[in-house]
Ligand binder design. Sequence first.
Ligand SMILES: [Ca+2]
Length: 325
Amino acid sequence: MPRKVIIDVDTGLDDAVALLLAIRSSELDVRGITCVNGNVDLINVIANTLRVVDYSGKDIPVYSGASTAMIAEESEDAAHVHGRDGLGGIPFTKSKRSIEKEHAVDFIVNTFMEADEPMDWITLGPLTNAALAYLKEPRIAEKIRLLTMMAGGVDSGNTTPAAEFNVFADPEAARIILSSNIHKLMVPLDPLFAGGHLSRENVEKIINASHLPWCEMAGKIFSCNVQMVEKLGVKREIGQGAVSPPDLLAVAVAINPAIANIKEFWVEVETKGEFSRGMTIFDRRKIWRAKNIPQNKKADVALSVDQKKYSEMVLGTWLGPEKSL
Ligand SMILES: [Ca+2]
């Protein structure tokens, strides 16, 4: 039986491919997609998410959520990475779908509270909707089997040297969720450089399957990713022509955590700091001096990924198992 899941997104380029993996996966039953301000403004996030549902070939309801971070004047975007529209300016057909009337936060609370069995939750953007839902109804914690979130960085950030974008864009919200008693699995930036990429050969197979609408969209996004990196002129550790969308990896780890090397850490979020706002602090001390660390501050953290298993999952889901090898 596929696991029921709600996915929260701030749809830019990597959320789009991540959604296509989740929706096409036979392991997941996506009950709804909730939108949050993040990579780009909420209006574009919604428009992009509706487009992704079109290309997924399935019918999934989409909900509108928070339009700013919890501290509105501290809202951040990543339009310099994802383009003004959030999808790199790629001319995808505009969707004729519309969003649901219910607010994302109400949908999240109602769906979890009414579920017969604990459900999965995946967050791929800033944690604003998630924190608002938890504040509204903390009992959702008991109704969540596992929250997998693309968030943080053990070794470093990306938006700043200290902070990863999803946490940087709303550190107050991230702190609420990371301090909650929800069972958490973090997929930070680190595994992107430790197996969490698709090789040039993997990407070519997806581009060559453009008769499938989800591969058409993913192929265009990956080509855009590769061109952006080439334009920047940076040499990548993962090799030319390879891609490593963080949200795609987070969904893959949510589908099957066994593809990742996972370790438990005590995690804190820096909400102040002259240079470190939005930093996730993982307690890596060899000798723990702190005593009685509260259980709710702990999270499972994916540190590396088996590249072969990861790419086989993505290609197998999108192309069918026989074409993925
Ligand atoms: Ca995202």
